[in-house]
Design a protein. Structure first.
Length: 682
């Protein structure tokens, strides 16, 4: 056989295998026995081995390819991946329906109810019909590029099926879905791990997250992951008329080769919708994946556009979560945890029990008030509840199972970590009263809590800076605040118990690279009360540098949108503290970044594209879409997903979508890649 003959056969076989993958993984209607399928696949591998030049990029054999990676690249979503508002209350669902109806007065609304798979949200980007990039949601704007791992999932097509009219090669088709491990796949995998003496996964979702974060795609390929697609992100090259409703989008995605939910409900009235939610709950166990709720979506895409979205979530959709799962177990004891703000939290130590697929041995009792109100005693049978990501909590006591030897818990008058007498303080967002250890600067528990936050992935993201190391550093008196970490010497760390040279080096390197982290991470890592990552970002958008934030008074801070009086006063209080000021000075000397990269100065006209909004469409000859976006943003411009009167330029490549026509109508300046590059140079 010569190469051209081999190439022809390889192409044929690839096409046949793709067809059978679709029948098996997407339609669940296999047309071949497993054995016949394996034979086909073997034939393809043999041919490709004999004629390496015949291997196609999108060959079914290329699902598991490449070498383990060092890490994941970031990927910027061209259309943000918003999350959904969610609720456990039917009343709130009614309120949501009313709100949408008020925004669309007198219009007929059609709702779609879909199962909410408890998995990991991802975005899949296809360009000219080929699977290009798959990424996690991340913070909604930037996620991790996990393409290699996603390619191992057989229900993700490597090339789109041609749904007629050249649809299979549309320039850009970005779909969103949920990757999951089926219940049966999860049980089987844990069984195998048990036999191999490996640690079992707590639940299907953790196993799925872990599998997608594998740096070696060969490991990911062994995990029985699957995907269900529930919507689109960016799409171009289709007439808008083709996509007027969610139902038509889903039908199109189905014909392009994607797996969509195998059951959904279309509802015309509120009572239909509430009945659908109940129906789905009754049939929850019938799905092969875990379902934690129902997603309610407006069907009409035009109505969706009118209703719009907030910064975080669309206004046209909501998730109704099914009641949390509960279990009864014995409360063996109560310990007191001291957090980084000094708050004392009673924690129930439980007889381990299985709840929502995880083994639970601790649950929160919130605070003393809560504990007293529930009348919890040591030795009681208690009802515990876990809802989604929330920490499991003790909800009530089963009093008729008391035997009389249960003991009342005495809330301590001193901090269990440092012995300081505790004081009363208002709880979070005014919710009741809590006990606090006032020994802010010397309480080891508070120091540990603050250092843990500083090192955590959510803030400064310092490698190897985990709980164990931090406890040892604090116990050995080597670190009292974040600035101390940057004074640490290698031999000091190595001298700690159970600390190898390699981890010590990783930790020191992690500290070095953390000096370059964005300012908002640093601000969040300071652990100021009420300042989460979101507020930290807001601050860094409003001020150019840390010194400006520190110098602002509560009034100036409260004037910023999204920052209320409570947050403003905790910020100015924090920066007013002398010990904190000294720490900030040391961090400055140690070379941490104090300048904000997020700062948006409306008068800053240094950058050539400040104030300009771009819309991208079609495929550019050289630049990838994310590269073009990066260049625009670096030059001070913004990229938007849709064309409006405010659009300054549309950057168009080959096979542009309807955006180009809209831009023409609105007389927006149209650029090709060459003139775009010229504009950047000016
Ligand atoms: Zn203390």
């Amino acid at each position: 056989m010569d190469l051209s003959e081999a190439m022809r056969r390889v192409a044929d076989l690839s096409r046949t295998i793709r067809h059978h993958d679709y029948a098996y993984y997407v339609l669940a209607q296999p047309e071949l026995s497993d054995r016949d399928y394996d034979l086909l696949y073997r034939k393809l591998l043999d041919l490709e081995k004999a004629f390496p030049a015949s291997v196609l990029r999108d060959s079914p054999s290329q699902r598991v390819g490449g070498q383990p990676q060092d890490g994941f690249e970031s990927f910027r979503h061209s259309v943000p991946m918003l999350s959904l508002d969610n609720t456990y209350s039917i009343e709130e669902v009614r309120g949501f329906l009313d709100r949408v109806q008020r925004l669309l007065p007198k219009q007929e609304l059609i709702w779609v109810v879909e199962p909410k798979a408890d998995g990991v949200a991802v975005s899949l980007r296809f360009e000219n019909g080929e699977f290009k990039v798959g990424a996690t949601r991340g913070d909604g704007t930037v996620g991790d590029n996990i393409t290699a791992n996603l390619k191992t999932i057989k229900s993700i097509p490597l090339v789109l099926r041609d749904a007629g009219a050249g649809m299979g090669r549309i320039p850009v088709c970005e779909v969103r879905g949920e990757v999951y491990l089926s219940r049966s796949g999860f049980l089987q995998m844990n069984e195998e791990r048990r036999k191999a003496g490996e640690a079992e996964f707590a639940n299907p979702r953790n196993a799925c997250t872990g599998s997608l974060k594998q740096l070696d795609p060969r490991i990911a390929a062994k995990r029985p992951m699957d995907i269900v697609i529930y919507g689109i992100g960016e799409i171009s090259g289709l007439e808008e008329a083709d996509l007027h409703s969610h139902s038509t989008v889903m039908a199109l995605l189905n014909s392009l080769g994607f797996r969509t939910p195998n059951r959904t409900w279309t509802c015309h009235t509120e009572s239909d919708l509430l009945e659908a939610i109940k129906d789905l709950e009754r049939n929850r166990e019938g799905f092969e994946y875990e379902i934690d709720g129902a997603v309610i979506k407006l069907d009409s895409l035009m109505q969706r556009e009118i209703v719009g979205h907030t910064a975080k979530a669309p206004r046209w959709a909501m998730a109704f979560k099914y009641a949390a799962e509960r279990a009864i177990t014995i409360l063996k004891g109560i310990t007191i945890q001291v957090g980084r703000t000094g708050a004392l939290t009673p924690v129930a130590e439980l007889e381990p029990t299985l709840l929502a697929g995880s083994t639970i041995s601790r649950a929160t009792l919130h605070n003393e008030e809560d504990l007293n109100r529930k009348g919890v005693r040591i030795g009681d049978h208690v009802v515990i509840e876990k809802a989604g990501e929330v920490i499991p909590a003790v909800v009530s006591v089963v009093k008729d199972r008391r035997r009389g030897d249960e003991r009342v818990f005495q809330f301590p008058g001193e901090c269990p970590a440092c012995g300081t007498e505790v004081v009363q303080a208002p709880g979070k967002s005014g919710g009741g009263v809590i006990w606090r250890c006032p020994n802010r600067h010397d309480c080891p528990a508070q120091i540990r809590g603050r250092l843990e936050l500083w090192c955590s992935r959510r803030s400064m993201d310092i490698e190897s800076g985990g709980t164990v190391l931090i406890r040892q550093l604090v116990d050995a008196g080597l670190a009292k605040d974040s600035a101390d970490l940057y004074d640490l010497q290698s031999d000091q760390i190595v001298s700690l118990e159970r600390m190898g040279e390699k981890s010590a080096r990783n930790f020191l390197e992690g500290l070095q690279s953390s000096k370059k982290q964005d300012l908002w991470r640093l601000v969040f890592g300071l652990g100021i009360s009420n300042v989460g990552a979101g507020v930290a970002k807001t601050l860094c958008r409003s001020f150019a540098a840390l010194d400006e934030i520190a110098a602002a008074d509560a009034g100036q801070l409260a004037a910023i949108h999204e920052i209320g009086d409570v947050i403003a006063s905790s910020i100015s209080e924090w920066f007013g503290d002398e010990a904190n000021q000294r720490m900030i000075e040391r961090l400055r000397e140690q070379g941490l970044k104090f300048k904000s990269e997020l700062y948006e100065d409306s008068e800053d006209s240094d950058k050539p594209l400040t104030g300009k909004t771009f819309v991208l469409t079609g495929t550019l000859p050289q630049l990838k879409r994310n590269e073009a976006t990066a260049r625009i943003e670096a030059a001070g411009g913004k990229v938007s997903g849709s064309v409006s009167k405010k659009t300054s330029y549309i950057l168009a490549g080959a096979d542009p979508g309807s955006k180009l026509e809209k831009a023409r109508k609105l007389e927006v300046t149209i650029l090709d890649e060459a003139s775009f590059l010229q504009l950047l140079e000016q």
